[in-house]
Design a protein around this ligand. Structure first.
Ligand SMILES: NC(=O)c1ccc[n+]([C@@H]2O[C@H](COP(=O)([O-])OP(=O)(O)OC[C@H]3O[C@@H](n4cnc5c(N)ncnc54)[C@H](O)[C@@H]3O)[C@@H](O)[C@H]2O)c1
Length: 340
């Protein structure tokens, strides 16, 4: 198997997750790691750097994996692209749209032109099945959706880097809600008319929001409601896709903590002639998933882009720009707590 030489910048939780997925894949030769915190390096045998520029300059990698805080993502991504490297970066694509556009420009001007962002939720097995169901056409078109993605902030939540606006760019919506927005965008297309209520309902001493409600419309009249919350207290993931001929519901999401519950997909076809049950009770089909291979699918897609010249399909820079445009809409239009 042809190996690509990679370095990982940022060896916190996601750096380790990506490291493990690349090891499982087998096509990655990890030649350098970097983190400003030296304690992050003690478990690894690879050369360890504290300066990301030095790491990129000295390692001469084919690809750079970026898993740092949001604020440094654009600089590292742009520098790596300029150096001719393919780049895989964690979401969000920077702190704001301006950051994302900067990376888009750098990608367009680069030799390699491979840039992928880690929107791993598209690779959860329930989402893959839901997409196949929608694409099969048996349930008709997705016309509207309801999504809730909520977690409990930890006791240290207000002091986490995620809630320091200068470092993160936004609160729970940018950190976690962006995955739900990405899924809605994946199933329904871009939302162009956005109303939202961005609030600090419980964590009042932070400089970011702990709750966002948003109503989103596409140009062709589809509508979605999204609730992103850091005050759900019990972790929750739920996405209903209402289709012209049926319904799909995704509930629970497999993660390392298992705190979002079992991942399951339920669907039914509309049955107004009561062929499979009473009115309003059509036969329901349920699938349960017991593995999370999202990280592996993502690293495989990135490898195939770098080695086999295949296109990046998910988490493209185009997706990133669209998502950040929608996020600007959520934060700045009709919101109670303005982002800046
Ligand atoms: N895809 C997902 O589902 C998912 C889940 C969690 C986090 N993320 C994203 O991954 C990124 C990292 O999050 P995390 O949970 O791993 O955070 P983390 O705090 O566990 O790790 C971030 C690491 O980056 C290091 N770092 C910060 N600035 C640096 C710099 N200039 N140079 C080198 N290292 C630097 C920090 O020291 C820290 O070790 C964030 O952008 C986050 O949004 C994605």
């Amino acid at each position: 198997m042809e190996k690509i030489k990679v370095v990982i910048i940022g060896m916190g939780r996601m750096g380790k997750t990506r490291y493990d997925a690349m090891k499982r894949h087998g096509g990655y030769d990890i030649i350098g790691l970097c983190d400003t915190d030296p304690a992050r390096g003690i478990y690894y045998k690879e050369p360890f750097y504290s300066d990301w520029k030095l790491c990129i300059d000295q390692c001469h990698a084919d690809a750079v994996i970026v898993c740092t805080y949001n604020v440094v993502i654009p600089d590292i991504v742009c520098y790596a692209l300029k150096k001719g490297c393919a780049v895989f970066s964690e979401k969000p694509p920077g702190r704001n749209l301006a950051d994302t556009l900067k990376m888009q420009k750098a990608c367009e001007g680069s030799i390699c032109k491979i840039l992928k962002f880690g929107f791993n939720h598209r690779y959860h097995n329930s989402v893959i099945e839901a997409k196949a169901l929608v694409d099969s056409g048996i349930l008709g078109d997705v016309v509207c959706a309801r999504g809730v993605y909520g977690k409990a902030g930890t006791p240290a939540f207000p002091s986490e880097w995620r809630n320091d606006r200068a470092i993160s760019g936004g609160g729970i919506m940018l950190d976690q809600g962006i995955h739900m927005l990405d899924l809605m965008y994946y199933f329904m297309g871009k939302f162009t008319d956005i109303q939202s209520s961005v609030n600090q309902l419980v964590w009042k001493d932070m400089d970011t929001e702990d709750s966002v409600f948003s109503i989103l419309h596409t140009e062709d009249g589809k509508v979605a409601s999204l609730h992103s919350s850091a005050i759900q207290w019990r972790h929750k993931f739920s996405l209903d896709l209402i289709c012209s001929e049926g319904f799909i519901s995704l509930n629970g999401l497999l993660t390392s903590t298992m705190s979002y519950g079992e991942e399951r997909l339920t669907y039914y076809k509309k049955d107004l002639e009561c062929k499979t049950g009473g009115l309003g009770q059509p036969i329901e089909h349920t699938m349960c998933f017991d593995t999370d291979e999202s990280w592996d699918y993502e690293m495989k897609e990135f490898y195939d882009a770098v080695v086999r010249g295949k296109p990046v399909l998910q988490g493209t820079i185009g997706d990133a720009v669209n998502l950040m445009e929608m996020l600007e809409g959520i934060y700045h239009k009709n919101s109670i707590m303005q982002a800046e």
